[in-house]
Structure formats: structure tokens, C-alpha cells
Design a protein around this ligand. Structure first.
Ligand SMILES: NC(=O)C1=CN([C@@H]2O[C@H](COP(=O)(O)OP(=O)(O)OC[C@H]3O[C@@H](n4cnc5c(N)ncnc54)[C@H](O)[C@@H]3O)[C@@H](O)[C@H]2O)C=CC1
Ligand SMILES: O=C(O)CCC(=O)N[C@@H](CCC(=O)O)C(=O)O
Length: 488
């Protein structure tokens, strides 16, 4: 079984067995043993042994390996999209776009590397001033299950481009995607030790994150785990920690003439990927007005019509299964709690088939809930707030410890400038869905959503540190010496 890749050799695990289940039908798609602490240690040693030589490899040669990886992704794109679909339950149309995003990541990362962390040279009297960037060394990379290819790739590509070596720990829910990704890197000619893969559940993650011999950790995942890692890294100022975490993202709707367009953008924001994107709109603020009533009415009917089906259905659905039956039942329980706190169901989120992750999308009016918990419900459930006044809607939108994405749907540009100045989030959109962020822009949140190390285009920044140098070919005695200094 190709479970762990250490120094370009596949190993079976010495830790506990774990399975990956297709959430559309409950079938086991992958089974293996996790890596134990000794195997994690070996992976880190392999990365350490490879690092200096990799950093010394000319950038053109590193880029050639990345471009070979792109060629492999293109050659195997259909197979890869099917593997992601089987393991996550996402529809095939969407997993194809995930493979496309992985392909596009390389050129964008090269541009960002040169632009944000390249070398600059400035003349100065008798010398030259340089700004260069160096890799940190060995970095641990943790990925989530919702984009098991694209999001770890968003750390791995810029990390190795900058000359770091990597130990990658994917989500335990998507081991097959990780294994396939590494098989493509091998075909691309990856030198031994540059990317190592260790799979497993939380114990494997803990062994990697707490290892003394890593120089940094790049994490995309839940806010809970991110906060644990942040505590663990306290007292280690020498290690770089980049945290990309969840959100409780608001979308405010106000005065939109095209009701269907507003409904489209709300659905794309709330229900894409069955609500399993960190950028998804969790809270939608709709004005108490005739326009607001019309938008809500159409949103309810369009939501009831959303097609939820198997990843491989000939007529492709908008939503596939959630990642697991457990996640699906978690959303049903979250909805029940909201009802018990005073929420009114407008469209009920229901599990569609026992033993699977299929749920129908739901909408719940939470206007009358006081003391609403500030939680990310990672699934297709939109909480609607009806509001009277725009400023109070913005204040409530900001009433969260998170700050990842936010948006305004409004035909009025003044409303947008007002919103943009006041809303607290790392991604702020106007009359566009709040999901689907571009890899060519920084991607990260504030508050509980991140630690000010934005990813995507700005990933280059946390993959290397700046070195400032003043350089002269010879040591020269200055013509004028400092007062009180006599050198004869
Ligand atoms: N801001 C962003 O860029 C994104 C954030 N996310 C967030 O990710 C979450 C969904 O992903 P999940 O896979 O459920 O996240 P998760 O936090 O459960 O897992 C992420 C990774 O951390 C590992 N892990 C879990 N507990 C650990 C521990 N105590 N020590 C070390 N490693 C540990 C897991 O095995 C996995 O590899 C959502 O909250 C979502 O909002 C997802 C995508 C993008
Ligand atoms: O990381 C990038 O290259 C761009 C950010 C991105 O792809 N965002 C996606 C997915 C994020 C998620 O998992 O929720 C998005 O904004 O939809």
C-alpha cells in the first residue's frame, strides 16, 4: 500500500489503521495504517537531509520540476478529478475545477515568488545594497478535506519553489487524494526528500506539529485545531506559523433590482461545495422591505430546487454529498439547536439517505435568536437575519471573532464604500459571490480566521525570509573618518 512517502520510498504505516469512505455510498475507497512517531521523525530527517541541496539547486531547475508536475496534472486530470470526487462526494464538474486550480497554481506562484520575494539591488556610495530571500528550511504542511488537492498544493508549491523541503500531513478523510498527488510529483522527477508524505489521524498530526526539528508549519483547517497549534507554537518565535482557518462569513443584501441575480449570488455563496468552503456565507442579512421579501421568497424556492446528487451523475448536480455521514448529521443537529434557541426553519436541511453524506440545503431565520453562538457551521445551512437599518446590519455582521470573507449585494455604490470602510474581513466583495477567491490575490482572514499570514498570492511571503545585505568587493577606508577616530 502506497501510504507514506519518505525519501521517495513508499512505506506502509506502523500506526493505527484508518479508512477513507466514499460519502456518496459508504464504500471504503482507501485503507491504510497511519504513520507512528518514528515514521514522522524519519520523514522530517529525510526533509532535513535534502534541504540544503534543494535550496542550492538553481531556481530554473526547481521550476522545471514544478512545470513537470503541471504536465502530470494535465495528463492525469480526469483520473485525478474522479479520485477527488470519490473521496469527498463533490460533483465531478467541481473536482475538475479543483485540478484546474492546482495546475494554475504553479505559474502564479512563480510570478509571486519573483515579485514578492525576488532579489533587488540598489546602488549606494562605495557599495551595493541587496534584498534577497532565503527558505526557512523544513516545513510541515497540514491540509483540510474540502479541497484536498488544491489547498495543500497552495502551500506546497510556493514552499518548495522557495527552497524549503516539506513534510505533508493531509486530512485523514482524504488519504487517496494525497497519495495520488505524491505519485504525480514522483513522475515529475521530484528529488528524494523534497516532499515527504505522512498520513494518519490526530496522533500523526500531533507528532509532526510538536516535532522540534521543523522550522515552520503551514496549516489550512479548522479554527479549533489552528488555535491549538498557535498555543503550541507560543514561545517559539524562531518558527514560522501560517494559519488559514474558518469563518462565520456575512453577506448583506440591500436594494437589488435584479432579484434573480441576488438569489444566484446568495446560493453560490452559501451552498457551493455543500457549504463546505471556508469562504461560504453563513449569515445572510436581508432588509425588511418589499425588495428583501421578494429576494427571500425567490431564495426559498430556488433552494428547494437545488439538485443534490451523486458526484458522477450524468446530469450533474449543484451539490454532492458532504464529506461524511457524521458531518451531515452534525448539520442536522446544528439546525435543531438553532430551532430550540428560537430559529424558524424556512427550508429544512435534511439528511437525504442514511449511511451517506447527502443533505438538502437549508435556510433558517435566526432574527429572533438572542445570544447567538459565534460558530462556523461547515455545511449548507444559511442563517437569515432580517434587518431594518444598514448600519445595524453591518454591526451585526462584524459581531464575530472571525473575519475571513464578507460581501454586499447592492445596486448603490455609496452603500459599498460605506460597507468596505466598516466591515472587518480579509476578503470583501461587492455584487459577487463571496466564495471562489482568486489564487492571484492574497487569501486570508483576520481574527479567529488567521494569523496575518495570508495565503494564495501572498504565500510567497511566509515561505521565505528577507536578508538585507550591504556589499563591497573590497574593504575601503572612508575618506572622512568619524570624529574621534584616528587610524594611522
Ligand atoms: N481559511 C482557509 O483557507 C480554509 C479553511 N478551512 C477550514 O477547514 C475546516 C475544515 O477542514 P478540516 O479538515 O475539518 O480541519 P481540521 O482542523 O479538522 O484538520 C486539518 C488538519 O489538521 C490535522 N489535525 C487535527 N487535529 C490536530 C491536532 N490536534 N494537532 C495536529 N494536527 C491536527 C488534521 O488531521 C488535518 O490534517 C473548516 O473549519 C474550514 O473553514 C478550509 C479550507 C480553507
Ligand atoms: O488558495 C487559493 O489559491 C485561492 C483561494 C481559494 O481557492 N479559495 C476557495 C476555496 C477556499 C475554501 O476552501 O473554502 C474559495 O474561496 O472558494
Amino acid at each position: 500500500m502506497n501510504t507514506h512517502l519518505i525519501n521517495n520510498q513508499w512505506h506502509t504505516g506502523q500506526g493505527p489503521v484508518f479508512n477513507s469512505i466514499n460519502p456518496s455510498n459508504g464504500e471504503i475507497v482507501w485503507q491504510g495504517n497511519g504513520a507512528n512517531a518514528e515514521q514522522v521523525d524519519s520523514a522530517i530527517n529525510a526533509a532535513r537531509a535534502a534541504q540544503v541541496q534543494w535550496a542550492d539547486t538553481p531556481i530554473e531547475s526547481r521550476i522545471t520540476i514544478l512545470e513537470n508536475f503541471v504536465a502530470q496534472l494535465k495528463e492525469h486530470s480526469e483520473e485525478f478529478a474522479a479520485i477527488i470526487a470519490r473521496e469527498t462526494g463533490k460533483p465531478l464538474w467541481e473536482t475538475r475545477t479543483e485540478v484546474g486550480a492546482m495546475t494554475g497554481k504553479v505559474a502564479i506562484s512563480i510570478k509571486a515568488y519573483n515579485e514578492r520575494t525576488g532579489t533587488t539591488e540598489n546602488p549606494m556610495p562605495g557599495a551595493k545594497a541587496f534584498i534577497r530571500h532565503k527558505p526557512h528550511g523544513v516545513v510541515a504542511i497540514f491540509g483540510p478535506y474540502n479541497f484536498p488537492g488544491h489547498l495543500p498544493n497552495g502551500h506546497i508549491v510556493p514552499a518548495i519553489l522557495a527552497g524549503n523541503t516539506v513534510v505533508f500531513k493531509p486530512s485523514e478523510l482524504t488519504p487517496h487524494v494525497a497519495e495520488f498527488t505524491l505519485s504525480l510529483w514522483l513522475k515529475a522527477g521530484l528529488p528524494a526528500g523534497v516532499i515527504n508524505l505522512v498520513q494518519g489521524e490526530v496522533e500523526t498530526g500531533k507528532a509532526l506539529a510538536s516535532h522540534q526539528n521543523i522550522d515552520g508549519l503551514f496549516f489550512t483547517g479548522s479554527s479549533n485545531t489552528g488555535h491549538l497549534l498557535h498555543k503550541q507554537f507560543a514561545g517559539h518565535p524562531g518558527k514560522i506559523l501560517a494559519l488559514e482557518m474558518g469563518g462565520n462569513n456575512p453577506l448583506i443584501v440591500k436594494d437589488v433590482a435584479d432579484v434573480s441575480a441576488a438569489v444566484h449570488d446568495i446560493i453560490q455563496s452559501g451552498f457551493i461545495t455543500s457549504g463546505q468552503r471556508c469562504t461560504c456565507a453563513r449569515r445572510v442579512f436581508i432588509e425588511k422591505s418589499l425588495n428583501g421579501d421578494a429576494i427571500l421568497k425567490k431564495l426559498i424556492s430556488a433552494t428547494k430546487n437545488i439538485v443534490v446528487h451523486d458526484s458522477f451523475a450524468t446530469d450533474q448536480p449543484f451539490m454532492g454529498a458532504m464529506i461524511s455521514e457524521r458531518a451531515a448529521l452534525g448539520m442536522v443537529a446544528a439546525q435543531k439547536e438553532l430551532v430550540e434557541s428560537g430559529g424558524e426553519i424556512l427550508v429544512e436541511l435534511k439528511q437525504l439517505k442514511a449511511g451517506t453524506g447527502f443533505v438538502s440545503p437549508g435556510i433558517i431565520d435566526v432574527t429572533n435568536i438572542t445570544n447567538m453562538a459565534d460558530e462556523e457551521h461547515f455545511g449548507p445551512l444559511i442563517k437569515v437575519y432580517r434587518y431594518n437599518d444598514f448600519d445595524s446590519a453591518i454591526a451585526e455582521a462584524n459581531n464575530t471573532s472571525f473575519g475571513l470573507s464578507a460581501g454586499l449585494l447592492s445596486d448603490n455604490e455609496d452603500d459599498y464604500s460605506h460597507f468596505l470602510k466598516r466591515i472587518r474581513a480579509g476578503i470583501v466583495n461587492w455584487n459577487r459571490p463571496i466564495t471562489g477567491a482568486s489564487s492571484a490575490a492574497p487569501f486570508g482572514g483576520i481574527g479567529a480566521s488567521g494569523n496575518h499570514r495570508a495565503s494564495a498570492y501572498y504565500a510567497a511571503d511566509y515561505c521565505a525570509y528577507p536578508v538585507a545585505s550591504v556589499e563591497s568587493e573590497k574593504v575601503n577606508l572612508p575618506q572622512t573618518l568619524a570624529p574621534g577616530l584616528v587610524i594611522e
